[in-house]
Design a protein around this ligand. Structure first.
Ligand SMILES: Cc1cc2nc3c(=O)[nH]c(=O)nc-3n(C[C@H](O)[C@H](O)[C@H](O)COP(=O)(O)O)c2cc1C
Length: 77
């Protein structure tokens, strides 16, 4: 089947927990999943190789975390 990548930011662990639950669900569906904390994910070009891309951030002041916004900027440049 398809392959997936999940990249998340977290401060107190909730987003990590959700990312891991999504990973397990996808694996149950026989999707191969790679999971990274945003600051650990360095090979941005490789993101194109994944059929499913999951991105997760905590909400800070009504928006995604500033650190995750920075990460997304790198991803889209
Ligand atoms: C500095 C800060 C600002 C936050 N602002 C919001 C907010 O505007 N709206 C909201 O619903 N939750 C807000 N939260 C709560 C977090 O989004 C929520 O606890 C989230 O589950 C934390 O995710 P994490 O455990 O992955 O860091 C805020 C938390 C922090 C620490």
């Amino acid at each position: 089947m398809s392959n997936a990548i999940i990249i998340y930011d977290t401060r107190s662990g909730n987003t990590k927990l959700l990312a891991e639950k999504i990973m397990k669900r996808l694996e149950d569906l026989e999707v191969s999943v790679e999971i990274y904390r945003d600051k650990e994910f360095k090979s941005i070009d490789s993101i194109k190789d994944f059929g499913i891309i999951g991105l997760g951030s905590p909400t800070h002041a009504g928006q995604m975390a500033r650190t995750f916004k920075k990460f997304l900027k790198k991803l889209t440049n």
